[in-house]
Design a protein around this ligand. Structure first.
Ligand code: HAM
Length: 412
């Protein structure tokens, strides 16, 4: 027996119903804010992620599903959606004609991580990206849209965490000072943070290790390094969030795990998910398009983990009251049955039946078992008269109708 790969999952029945519900909900909410869907390939050149997500990040340095294809190209199963969407935007040359674009996407992503609750090697994201606008009102609006999407899934107990990373220059200065601060207490830091000191000191800031947290208490604060423009941008974003009625908490240690961010970053966390608490996360990435293609176009976006959203959503939203219809027939009336079912399906009516019908009572038992609202009986008499006996299960009432009348009743 060959099993599904570690960290991956088959999805069916309720899992798929939840996925469809999440995607439909996102579509409804995002469309209202002016977004259209984009579909990009799952496989991209490895270089795209190295240059956008960043060589030193965990995602690129440890977690990529990268390999050589048969043409000796280095390719990677996308670990996230932003890089591919940015590539598509640049490749289409949209920045030259109509630079403002709002796109959303959904689909599978791949990260070779240690699987645990809420963390998989194949997972799905639903994300949104906006190109061509730098405006604190947009940043607030994007966060509001993320909140509205999660609220429409019936998710409660969420906290919006917010921070500003400033621009690349101020962050560079901050990183230098942070490194100096870390160097003075390196022997007291966890092994993980020691490693991060060399390659990605910012990430050490959000270490979960209690000892590290103690050490970082008096670490320099990123906010103090922001230039005036970034500070004002951050303050304006917060003001607009307040106007939009979005509650948030500032988390000065929120630095995100991908390198492309500047200024606004945010994460929406749940109190019900344990260690993998972030359901939706994103931020502004005004320099990414310049890094990839020397194009000065600002951008912002977010992505939500669909598995995490599915774990948190209100399942009662899935219960649609579906009236079940069961068709009873016999070998002698099979052709009449087939034609009747055809007509019903043409009118959009879903029916249940047995492919190998047994006795009348066995079929009625099945109808009862699936909680059928109506039973359609297609016996020899009905066939002769070209009618259908319609029985309402709850009351036991039954009467003969022609098919047109049956369709009218069932469609009511
Ligand atoms: P991210 O924080 O790496 O950001 O991922 C976004 C969300 O995807 C996470 O908050 C989480 O819900 C989900 N996620 C990530 N890794 C896993 C995993 N291994 N298993 C299950 N769920 C996972 C990004 O990917 C950015 N591209 C977001 C963005 C869009 N920023 C700007 N635009």
């Amino acid at each position: 027996m060959i099993n599904v790969l570690k960290g991956m999952k088959d999805r069916y029945f309720d899992d798929v119903k939840k996925y469809d519900f999440i995607v439909d909900t996102a579509k409804k909410v995002f469309t209202k804010y002016g977004f259209e869907r984009i579909i990009t390939p799952i496989l991209e050149e490895t270089e795209l992620f190295r240059r956008s997500v960043g060589d030193e990040t965990d995602v690129v340095s440890k977690e990529m599903y990268d390999f050589k294809d048969k043409g000796e190209r280095n390719v990677t199963l996308r670990p996230e959606g932003t890089a591919g969407v940015v590539r598509a935007y640049l490749e289409a040359g949209l920045h030259k004609s109509d630079p403002v674009v709002k796109w959303f996407y959904n689909g599978p992503m791949y990260r070779y991580e240690a699987p645990q609750k809420g963390r998989y090697r194949e997972f799905h994201q639903i994300g949104a990206e906006i190109f061509g606008i730098r405006s604190p009102y947009l940043d607030a609006e994007v966060i509001k849209m993320g909140c509205e999407f999660l609220e429409k899934l019936g998710i409660t107990g969420l906290t919006v965490e917010l921070n500003s990373l400033g621009n690349l220059e101020s962050r560079k200065k901050y990183i230098d000072d942070l490194k100096e601060f870390m160097a003075q207490r390196l022997d007291k830091l966890s092994e993980d943070s020691k490693k991060r000191y060399e390659k990605n000191p910012l990430r050490a800031l959000d270490s979960k290790d209690k000892g590290d947290q103690e050490q970082f208490k008096d670490a320099p604060k990123l906010y103090d390094y922001l230039d005036e423009e970034s500070k004002k941008y951050f303050e304006d974003t917060k003001r607009y969030l307040e106007i939009l009625g979005v509650k948030y908490v500032e988390n000065p240690k929120l630095v995100r795990g991908l390198d492309y961010y500047s200024d606004t970053v945010f994460e929406i966390k749940s109190d019900k998910l344990g260690a993998q608490a972030t359901v939706l996360a994103g931020g502004r990435y005004d320099r990414l398009l310049e890094i990839l293609d020397n194009v000065k176009i600002p951008a912002i976006g977010f992505a939500a983990g669909m598995e995490r959203a599915a774990m948190l959503m209100d399942e009662s939203l899935l219960e649609q009251k579906e009236e079940k219809i069961y068709v009873v027939y016999f070998d002698e009336t099979k052709e009449y049955f087939i034609k009747t079912v055809e007509e019903l399906r043409k009118k959009g009516i879903k029916v249940n039946f047995d492919y190998n019908p047994k006795s009348f009572s066995a079929q009625m038992k099945k109808a009862n078992k699936i909680n059928a609202e109506y039973v359609l009986i297609l016996g020899e008499e009905e066939q002769k008269e070209n009618v259908v006996t319609l029985k309402r299960f709850s009351t036991g009432e039954q009467e003969k109708y022609n098919l047109k009348e049956v369709i009218e009743i069932l469609n009511k």
